[in-house]
Design a protein around this ligand. Structure first.
Ligand code: UD1
Length: 430
């Protein structure tokens, strides 16, 4: 497995081009299954999660044509997905195991073809990650669902039926899945307590262009009037707010100045407010966010993760790394996932002072310096937090299990090198 080597101490200066949003690309790629016409998606990031989802779609019979395109100064992928007639309605274990978001094929395949078999993804490092909301909602829409040999087997005679559904948690995944399914249902579906993340707004925009009738974008009540058919579309996905937030922390921790080109500040209001409270200067331009920490003293600030527009759980680990080198104490509370402090023991090995209380909260007391160490993590965002710690630690940090980073951060070493970090990938064969 590849590793990343970082020699800490360099302040970062320059531009980071923010890529298309992974968590938007994944449901939007699956939404292409709702039509038998071609769907072209622009601004898809080069990530292993996208490759994994593409292999699943290939095995379902989707024709995929990829090309590279420069958008706003940044190299991106434009991919056309065309599924005139699927050759399989089964999402096998090997695909879903590699990439949980494969479960986004559930809603579209069931709504369009009346049958789907999806391997249950199971839990993962950050928590149990149940699918009860996805499944009970589809049942309320008339689907017959059974769990057989680790698979969800879902069937519907005729079309899914519109229903009034109330989610017990504002789940991002369930909102996308049920939204997609409801576009082809008979009658009107109302989703109450829907998630409001920007990724969902982008999916709604694309579905509307495909011919869907959806009301309530950016609110917690979505009303979908089902139609018989959706058509092809060309859609450019939004940029990745979590990637932008991660590099914003890199500028802050290294007392540098980074311009995050193509980042959308509207999607990052809560994290940017926290950054300002730590003492960092944040400037918004029409096409970028400038994070300037050259004169910042960095003070600890409390963080509470919550559903959007609250502080995103996917930035909790990175901001905790920042609090490790800020003055004073910060209380970090994780309210979305039950096991999302796996970075804590690794940060402590680098000299951080953190006390975890139960599953949900941790007190971070800032230290003057971190020291380099070999570290590893079991999830994507926590791995980035360790990179951040390495950037400011004294000495050489080796971050193991780089495949986590490759799932969600496009060309990470190149982006960091371009702004002055001393970072390199050590290939398995080296
Ligand atoms: C998505 C993101 C992930 C992010 C998370 C929360 C993708 C590919 N992943 O994950 O990076 O951390 O949103 O912002 O977009 N829940 C249930 N039952 C369900 C579904 C969810 O109880 O059927 C609970 C979960 O246990 C969790 C909460 O709802 O406590 C949020 O989960 P959800 O929003 O569904 O997360 P994902 O869509 O899996």
């Amino acid at each position: 497995m590849d590793k990343i080597k970082i020699i800490g101490g360099n302040s970062l200066f320059g531009k980071v081009y923010i890529s298309g949003a992974k968590n938007t690309a994944l449901p939007i790629i699956c939404a292409s299954l709702l039509t038998d016409e071609p769907v072209t998606i622009k601004n898809i990031p080069f990530l292993s999660d996208i490759k994994s989802l593409n292999s699943l779609l290939l095995q379902l019979g989707t024709d995929i044509v990829e090309k590279q395109e420069i958008l706003n100064g940044h190299n991106t992928q434009t991919i056309t997905y065309h599924t005139p007639k699927p050759t399989s309605l089964i999402a096998p274990y090997d695909y879903v195991r590699k990439m949980r978001a494969s479960y986004y094929v559930l809603g579209p395949l069931l709504a369009k073809y009346g049958h789907v078999e999806l391997s249950l993804p199971g839990g993962c490092a950050i928590g149990a990650r149940p699918m009860d909301i996805h499944l009970s909602s589809l049942e309320q829409m008339g689907a017959n669902i059974e769990i057989k040999n680790g698979y969800v087997v879902a069937d519907i005679k005729g079309r899914l039926q519109g229903a009034r559904i109330s989610f017990h948690s504002a789940s991002v995944g369930a909102t996308c899945n049920i939204l997609m399914a409801a576009t082809l249902a008979q009658g009107t579906t109302v989703i109450e307590n829907a998630a409001k993340e920007p990724e969902i707004g982008d999916l709604i925009d694309m579905l509307i262009t495909m011919g869907a009738y959806i009301e309530g974008k950016n609110t917690s009540t979505l009303t979908i009037h089902g139609v018989e058919k959706l058509h092809g579309v060309t859609h450019q996905i939004i940029n990745d707010r979590i990637e932008a937030g991660s590099y914003a922390v890199a500028a802050a921790m290294t007392h540098g100045r980074l311009e995050l080109v193509n980042a959308n500040a509207e999607h990052l209001q809560t994290p940017l407010d926290i950054l300002r409270k730590t003492g960092v200067n944040v400037e918004i331009t029409p096409n970028s966010i400038i994070v300037d920490a050259q004169n910042a003293e960095l003070k600890g600030v409390d963080i509470y993760t919550d559903y959007y527009p609250g502080f995103p759980t996917d930035l909790q680990a990175q901001f905790m790394a920042l609090m490790c080198v800020s003055q004073g104490a910060a209380l970090v509370t994780e309210s979305i996932w039950e096991n999302r402090f796996m970075h804590v023991p690794e940060l402590m090995r680098m000299g951080a002072n953190i006390n975890v209380h139960g599953h949900a909260s941790a007190i971070v007391r800032g230290v003057e310096k971190l020291s380099a160490a070999p570290v590893m993590s079991t999830d994507l965002r926590a791995s980035f937090a360790l990179i951040l710690a390495g950037l400011v630690a004294e000495g050489e940090t080796i971050v193991n299990r780089v495949y986590h980073l490759d799932r969600g951060y496009e060309t990470l070493e190149e982006k960091f090198k371009a702004v002055g970090a001393n970072i390199e990938r050590i290939k398995e064969s080296d």
